[in-house]
Design a binder for this molecule. Structure first.
Ligand code: ZN
Length: 198
């Protein structure tokens, strides 16, 4: 990046380190930022800093939040006896967009992948089992339909079955290997309504 001065080059380099941002996009973003009013740039950088510093895991469901409990866990009208297990916070957001799910969530932060060396202890499974000490009627497993998501679903269902709590899996129809966050709300809703007991 020798044709750019040092600070411009550095901005481009930092941006191109972000996922999905190639060098062309990084240049486009950098020059966009350089043309933004200074106060907008200050707002942008402050929001990045504040979120990074203050966002942590919800004490109950482990989604990312800037408070002890996330807004869903704090909401008294949510059904605490129904827990939907998802891989990450973006999956939770995808189900929330359907506005039809009234239960609560549990965010695993990953999926079991023997190939990548990610085992049951590397995701928030222990924490899920702890939550089942309370009164829970159903656990809906909504991990992705990838190999890792299916492996995780099988593992969880085997773990929960002996407790007598109902375990269900969202219906297929969600495309195989599909990331939940890219699937439209109708498809998600159908997958949820057509869930099958494991
Ligand atoms: Zn929560």
């Amino acid at each position: 990046m020798e044709y750019y001065s040092r600070q411009i080059g550095r901005l481009i380099e930092e941006l191109s380190g972000l996922p999905g941002i190639g060098s062309k996009s990084a240049q486009r973003l950098a020059f966009h930022i350089l043309h933004m009013p200074l106060e907008h740039v200050e707002k942008l950088s402050a929001s990045i800093m504040e979120a990074r510093k203050n966002v942590k895991y919800c004490q109950n469901c482990y989604t990312l939040t800037d408070e002890e409990l996330c807004p869903i866990c704090r909401n008294p009208s949510r059904n605490r006896k129904m827990i939907m297990v998802v891989e990450d916070t973006r999956d939770l957001a995808a189900y929330e967009k359907t506005q039809k799910y009234e239960g609560v969530y549990h965010v695993l932060h990953g999926a079991i992948s023997p190939m990548l060396g990610i085992g049951p202890n590397d995701i928030r499974l222990k924490e899920l089992m702890q939550r089942l000490q309370e009164e829970v009627e159903e656990v809906i497993i909504a991990t992705n339909s990838s190999l890792e998501g299916e492996t995780t679903a099988m593992y969880i269902s085997k773990l929960i079955k002996p407790t007598g709590i109902k375990v269900s899996r969202i219906a297929s129809g969600v495309p195989v290997g599909g990331d939940l966050e890219y699937i439209d709300e109708m498809t998600l809703l159908r997958a949820l309504e057509g869930r099958v007991e494991l």
